[in-house]
Ligand binder design. Structure first.
Ligand code: SF4
Length: 371
């Protein structure tokens, strides 16, 4: 973005300061981040976020070919925002055996899949050895696929169950074939809000500690933020600052995924959902603040395809994967994508229509194919 064009557009000291900082690779302050959140100049926020996006990723918009395994929706915890968890014997519950999950993997042999994403509830009976065995067997069937598995919340439980510390537990999983860990379970780090919405879940320090331990062992990861519920803008800034600080230390986060709270089938439904404007504003502010995390994901199974494509102009540069209708987490919370699946041709078309260059990537952003 030409700074002269911005000068014509911006009649505001805040925007001018932020634009200058982006152009000069200077980090914005918490106060400036908060002021951006409080601004309603959505088009200007998009321009600013796009400046940062283009500095980091040019016009590239990434995706990969992946599928998910959700081993179970039985979960020890009971987060108020969760639409996914079921009790044993409750209608809608599932609890796959390792054989069931390997049969899912067999369907993808020879299909050009580069990533298996494994995330589910915190199953009370599944310790680290069980999950290491799962990864080992998945790798036998899909030896070239990257296995991204288990949120820090699942890891916290399984590592404790098996009597290891974080470093030992992660080392065992890495030896079994774990390649990276996904970003779920971060929710909002503020301890008071966390106690309100997911009291039993692993603490913020645990989430951050497990990701730090993973990065120290060269296991990269992603990060998320669940927003649009009872948190304030200041809580979002605090969350982003804690991620930015850890990234300064380790450099181990590949991507950040802002996750919008969805209101269906959970006990917080009375608070409703934030608007499309808020979703785009959040993308923009996150892109500007998280100046050291290379990629921002526009997670289409949650947002819907059209909004996910629009988010590419508000700082996002990654559409996640083709998924092939293998995740239920957001459809159970009322997402419009009830059977999320995209062919790579459809993904390429959607990205081109949005004005970006489709790049098929692997899980650590090596280019597989430039379209
Ligand atoms: S959000 Fe995750 S940890 Fe919380 S209840 Fe749902 S499945 Fe369990």
């Amino acid at each position: 973005m030409d700074s002269k064009i911005l000068d014509q557009l911006l009649h505001n000291n805040l925007f001018r300061t932020v634009a200058d900082k982006i152009q000069n690779n200077i980090r914005i302050s918490s106060e400036e981040g908060l002021a951006l959140y409080e601004s309603n100049q959505i088009a200007v926020l998009g321009l600013l976020a796009n400046m940062k996006r283009e500095r980091l990723n040019g016009k590239n918009a990434y995706f990969n070919r992946n599928f998910h395994i959700e081993p179970t929706n039985i979960c020890l915890h009971n987060c108020k925002f969760c639409s996914y968890r079921r009790k044993k014997n409750e209608e809608g519950v599932w609890d796959y055996s390792i054989d069931d999950m390997l049969n899912i993997c067999r369907k993808y042999v020879g299909q050009g899949i580069t990533e298996v994403h494994i995330v589910g509830g915190v199953h009370p009976d599944h310790n680290l050895e069980y999950n290491a065995e799962l990864i080992r067997e998945v790798k036998k069937i899909l030896p070239n696929a990257h296995v991204k598995a288990f949120t820090a919340v699942e890891l916290d439980y399984m590592i404790k169950q098996s009597g290891y510390d974080w470093a030992e537990g992660l080392q065992h999983l890495k030896e079994a074939g774990l390649d990276s860990i996904p970003g779920g379970g971060a929710e909002i780090f503020d301890e008071k809000i966390r106690a309100e919405i997911c009291e039993q879940k692993s603490q913020s320090a645990t989430w951050l500690g497990i990701h730090e331990a993973a990065h120290k062992q060269d296991i990269p990861s992603n990060a998320t933020m669940l927003y649009g519920h009872i948190e304030s803008y200041a809580h979002r800034i605090d969350h982003l600052n804690r991620l930015r600080e850890l990234q300064d230390k380790t450099g181990g986060f590949n991507a950040f995924i802002p996750l919008k709270y969805k209101k269906y089938h959970n006990s917080m439904r009375q608070i409703g959902e934030v608007s499309v404007v808020e979703v785009l504003k959040n993308f923009a502010v996150c892109r500007i603040i998280l100046d050291n995390i290379p990629h921002i994901k526009s997670y289409w199974p949650m947002l819907g395809k059209e909004l996910a494509a629009i988010a590419l102009s508000f700082g996002a540069d990654d559409m996640d994967g083709t998924i092939d209708d293998t995740t239920k987490i957001y459809s159970m919370a009322g997402a419009e994508e009830t059977n999320p699946a995209l062919t790579s041709d459809a993904m390429v078309c959607m990205i081109k229509e949005a004005g970006f260059i489709p790049i098929e990537r692997d899980s650590v952003y090596n280019v597989v194919k430039n379209y």
